[in-house]
Write a protein that binds this ligand. Structure first.
Ligand code: SAM
Length: 270
C-alpha cells in the first residue's frame, strides 16, 4: 500500500467529485480507516464484503488486515478504475459493480463472510434490515451510520430512540456503538455526526415467520407509541393478546423489552 498515491491524489488524478445522490462522504485519513478495521476484526482469513468502497480508504486498510478475500460492491462506476489500482494481483480482491440492495451476497463469497462499510446514508437502514433478516447472514457487521440512526439501533427500553429499529436489530443481533466520528472526518462533510456500529448476528435469530409477526407488532405498538398497548395493539388482539403473552396491557411500547416483543409476536401467531 505504501507505493500508492494518497487518496486525495487519486481522487484528483481521476477527476472525481463526490455525488450527493450516491450518499458520498469519503474517509480519506488512513488512521481513521485503520481504526475502523481494527474494531471490525480480526478476520482470521475469512472473506469480507465491503459495500460502497468509493475511493478506497477503508479498502486500503482492509487489504492490510488478516482477511482472506475482499469483495467490493460499488454502485458508482466512476470509482472502478481507481479501485483496480489497489489490486496487487494476489487474487484476494474482487470488484463488483452493482447495487448492494439487489446483490445476492451468497453469489459473491463462498462460505461465511464479514461485512464492513461506510454506508451511503440514504440506503443504510434498508441494507441493515436486509443483512439482519435476509437469507444470507454475515459473521459480523461493522457499519457507519448517521449518529441518530446508530442511536436508534442500540437504544434500550425507556430511551427516546427506542423503537422498531432497536427491536428488529437487537432481536436478530447484538449491537453496540464502537466509535464516534464528527462530520469533519469526512470529505465532503455531511450535515450530521456519525457512529460506527458493530453487530454480531445471534445464532438463535427468530425464524422468518416470527420476524414478520414481530414487524406487525412493533409497527402497531410504535405507530402509536404514546398509547397503552391494549389500545395500540387493538387490531392484533389488544388486551387479550398482551395478557396471553404475559405483558401488562396498560404499558406503553417504549417500556417493553426485546423479549416482551418476541413473546407478543409468538402469541400473535398461535
Ligand atoms: N467507503 C468510502 C469511504 O469511506 O470513503 C465511501 C463511502 S460513501 C459514504 C458511500 C459509498 O457507497 C459511495 O462510494 C457510493 O457510491 C456507494 N453507494 C451508494 N449507494 C450504493 C448502493 N446501493 N450499492 C453499493 N454502493 C453504493
Amino acid at each position: 500500500m505504501t507505493d500508492l498515491p494518497t487518496l486525495r491524489e487519486s481522487l484528483e488524478a481521476h477527476g472525481l467529485l463526490a455525488r450527493k445522490s450516491f450518499g458520498q462522504h469519503f474517509l480519506l485519513d488512513l488512521n481513521v480507516t485503520r481504526k475502523i478495521v481494527r474494531l471490525a476484526g480480526p478476520f482470521e482469513g475469512r472473506a469480507v464484503i465491503e459495500v460502497g468502497p468509493g475511493p478506497g480508504g477503508l479498502t486500503r486498510a482492509l487489504l492490510e488486515s488478516d482477511l482472506g478475500r475482499l469483495v467490493l460492491v460499488e454502485k458508482d462506476p466512476r470509482f472502478l478504475p481507481l479501485l483496480s489500482e489497489l489490486d496487487d494481483g494476489d487474487g484476494r480482491l474482487a470488484i463488483v459493480e452493482g447495487d448492494a440492495l439487489k446483490v445476492r451476497e451468497a453469489d459473491l463469497v463462498e462460505g461465511p463472510a464479514h461485512l464492513v462499510s461506510n454506508l451511503p446514508y440514504n440506503v443504510g437502514t434498508p441494507l441493515l434490515i436486509k443483512w439482519l433478516t435476509g437469507p444470507w447472514t454475515p459473521l459480523s457487521l461493522t457499519l457507519m451510520f448517521q449518529k441518530e440512526v446508530a442511536d436508534r439501533i442500540v437504544a434500550a427500553p425507556g430511551d427516546e430512540a427506542y423503537g422498531r429499529l432497536a427491536v428488529i436489530s437487537q432481536a436478530t443481533a447484538s449491537a453496540r456503538i464502537v466509535m464516534h466520528l464528527p462530520a469533519a472526518a469526512f470529505t465532503p462533510p455531511p450535515k450530521v455526526a456519525s457512529a460506527v456500529v458493530h453487530l454480531i448476528p445471534r445464532p438463535d435469530r427468530p425464524p422468518p415467520e416470527l420476524q414478520k409477526r414481530l414487524e406487525r407488532v412493533t409497527a402497531a405498538a410504535f405507530g402509536q407509541r404514546r398509547k397503552m398497548l391494549r389500545s395500540s395493539l387493538k387490531p392484533l388482539g389488544g388486551g387479550a393478546l398482551c395478557e396471553a403473552a404475559g405483558i401488562d396491557p396498560d404499558a406503553r411500547a417504549e417500556t417493553i423489552d426485546i423479549g416482551g416483543f418476541l413473546r407478543l409476536a409468538a402469541t400473535l401467531g398461535m
